[in-house]
Design a protein around this ligand. Structure first.
Ligand code: FAD
Length: 362
């Protein structure tokens, strides 16, 4: 059996490792700094017949008050290797690297492709899991390869972009293969030079006074928009204890959309709340449905509530526990279902909850 060279901690609090700042302890926790460490951690869990889970920056999880009765593998695998060919750059980045730090590095070196994803908290290794996206870009557009360890065997496996089956907030890693792979590095394909490709209306408006925006202008404009919405987890910025958007924007059939539209129109039609997709379905703003179901920005319920800046962001107002948060989320979900017949799916990963409408979902 592989012996473990770093410390395995027992009954370690998880709340400080998450942006919601709630949740009970991990039975075991280990910090891994290399692929070898990660393989040894998986072997430790297998030898004891216990579950494991990978934690990056803890910005997309809601951990139950009971915590996690297995091994939490805290991914801190660092490092970067770069290969340049013409105007192309391939950057292979350790999964434990800080996402925002990587965006800043790309902007500083003039590498184009992820500047609109500035300000998303978390690690590089989590970027393919839910195919992070914002302001007109998605990780899927630049990810070349994802290197992983198969959790059952510890064997290294490389996924191409196509293998990852990226979709809106989805990949194989949070659907058909959820829990089966531990990401150890991600290779991004970036472009040297050229002008930034800005497609998102709010961002275009923010940049309209700048004749030829640079990558740094785009990054800064994104950060300033995010600051206005209270979604920057950075020193010196107002932030909230949250997991960002708690629910995904639902994708509904055209027929369901027409029914929802009629209900929404009854209250005065909002702008920019529905986006037709190439397959005929329609992506609808979850924030709009939540608001029309009676939950306004700044809504408070004891220690939990909704961000004063963004309806989709459920927050721990201070002193909340995970049960209060999940009960509130379930109520929001139920009210939207009752009013619009649309089931909101959580974007945040729920860990250690029993059966509930919310926990039954991925
Ligand atoms: C204020 C705020 C704003 C946000 N804005 C956005 C946004 O604009 N767009 C967006 O897409 N997301 C956003 N998010 C969500 C979150 O930041 C991203 O999903 C991020 O990629 C999560 O990274 P993490 O390292 O914190 O992952 P964690 O929360 O630690 O983990 C999330 C999931 O990924 C799994 N995981 C993490 N690392 C690995 C790994 N190496 N191998 C295998 N599985 C792994 C975990 O097991 C878990 O299931 C926001 C969150 C917050 C708090």
């Amino acid at each position: 059996m592989t012996t473990y060279r770093t410390d395995i901690l027992e009954n370690e609090p998880l709340a400080p490792l998450t942006t919601f700042e709630v949740g009970g302890p991990a039975r075991y926790l280990v910090r891994v700094e290399s692929e070898r460490d990660a393989a040894a951690a998986l072997a430790f869990a297998a030898a004891r017949g216990i579950d494991h889970m990978v934690l990056g920056g803890g910005s997309n999880v809601l951990i139950s008050d009971e915590g996690f009765q297995g091994l939490v593998i805290l991914n801190r695998i660092a490092g970067m290797e770069v290969a340049e060919e013409g105007d192309r750059v391939l950057a292979r980045v350790g999964a434990g690297g800080d996402w925002q730090g990587f965006v800043d590095l790309c902007v500083a070196r003039g590498w184009r492709g992820i500047e609109c994803l500035a300000g998303i908290p978390g690690t590089v290794g989590a970027s393919p899991i839910q195919n992070i996206g914002a302001y007109g870009q998605e990780a899927a557009q630049t990810i070349e390869q994802v290197r992983c360890l198969e959790t059952a065997t510890g064997k290294a496996v490389t996924f191409t972009n196509e293998d990852c089956a990226f979709r809106y907030r989805e990949s194989v890693f949070n659907t058909v293969e959820a829990g089966n792979y531990l990401v150890t590095s991600v290779t991004f394909r970036l472009v040297k030079g050229g002008s930034p490709d800005v497609k998102y209306r709010e961002l275009e408006q923010r940049l309209s006074g700048i004749p030829s925006p640079t990558l740094a202008d785009v990054r800064d404009a994104v950060l300033s928009i995010r600051d206005g919405k209270g979604v920057l987890v950075r020193d010196g910025y107002e932030s909230f204890r949250s997991a960002g958007s708690f629910f995904r924007n639902p994708v509904v059939t055209r027929t369901r959309f027409e029914a929802v539209e009629a209900l929404v129109a009854g209250d005065g039609t909002p702008t920019n709340w529905a986006w037709p997709l190439p397959d005929g379905q329609v992506k609808v703003s979850a924030a709009c449905l939540i608001q029309r179901a009676g939950f306004e920005r700044g809504y408070r319920r004891g220690n939990v509530g909704i961000s004063p800046h963004h309806t989709l962001i459920l927050i721990n107002r201070g002193g909340a526990n995970a049960r209060e948060l999940v009960d509130f989320a379930a109520e929001v979900q139920q009210r939207v279902l009752d009013r619009f017949g649309v089931l909101l799916m959580p974007e945040a990963r729920l860990i250690g909850f029993g059966s509930s409408l919310l926990a039954g979902l991925p």
